[in-house]
Design a protein around this ligand. Structure first.
Ligand SMILES: [Fe+2]
Ligand SMILES: [Fe+2]
Length: 168
């Protein structure tokens, strides 16, 4: 049972975290839809990477959800918009992923700013984890973007990269 003697959270950080549960699920949707497109295009390695990414995003969403519950807050889950999901090439897909991660980084930083303004120390501690995680997320997407740029239109190079992604 959730602890009910917690200090109640203040408005802005609570609301932003609740919205972020939806944002993280939206990211999971986006990656899952990309995984499907990669399966269809016969890139099982890229599909595997996207599928693992989708699972991680569900964990990110659940971590915020659990934190809110632990703080004694009731959570009104927001609607999850459908992912756009279409891309022209593996490079295009990973560029979209990187752009999406940058957007999420901005969202996390924004929640952190609320947590500082509202002197919510436990929220700040939780958000440190997300801040570090976003550095990793951007770095790994950006590394794949760079390598796909090097591969260009060379099918052999693309298939090698795809094969490498299977072991993520
Ligand atoms: Fe995330
Ligand atoms: Fe992410």
């Amino acid at each position: 049972m959730a602890e009910i003697t917690q200090t109640p959270m203040k408005g802005a950080v609570r609301e932003a975290m609740e919205a972020q549960v939806g944002n993280e699920f939206h990211a999971a949707y986006l990656y899952l839809s990309m995984a499907g497109s990669f399966e269809v295009a016969n890139f099982p390695g890229f599909a595997h990477w996207m599928r693992s990414q989708a699972k991680e995003e569900v964990e990110h969403a659940t971590k915020f959800f659990d934190f809110l519950i632990e703080r004694g807050e009731s959570v009104q889950l927001p609607a999850i918009p459908a992912p756009t999901g279409s891309f022209r090439s593996p490079l295009d897909a990973f560029e979209q992923s990187l752009a999406h991660e940058k957007k999420v980084t901005a969202q996390i930083n924004d929640i952190y700013a609320h947590a500082v303004r509202e002197n919510d120390y436990p929220a700040q501690v939780l958000l440190h984890w997300y801040i570090e995680e976003q550095v990793e997320e951007e770095a790994s997407a950006s590394q794949i973007v760079e390598r796909l740029r090097m591969a260009g239109d060379d099918p052999t190079a693309l298939l090698m990269l795809d094969s490498e992604m299977k072991s993520r």
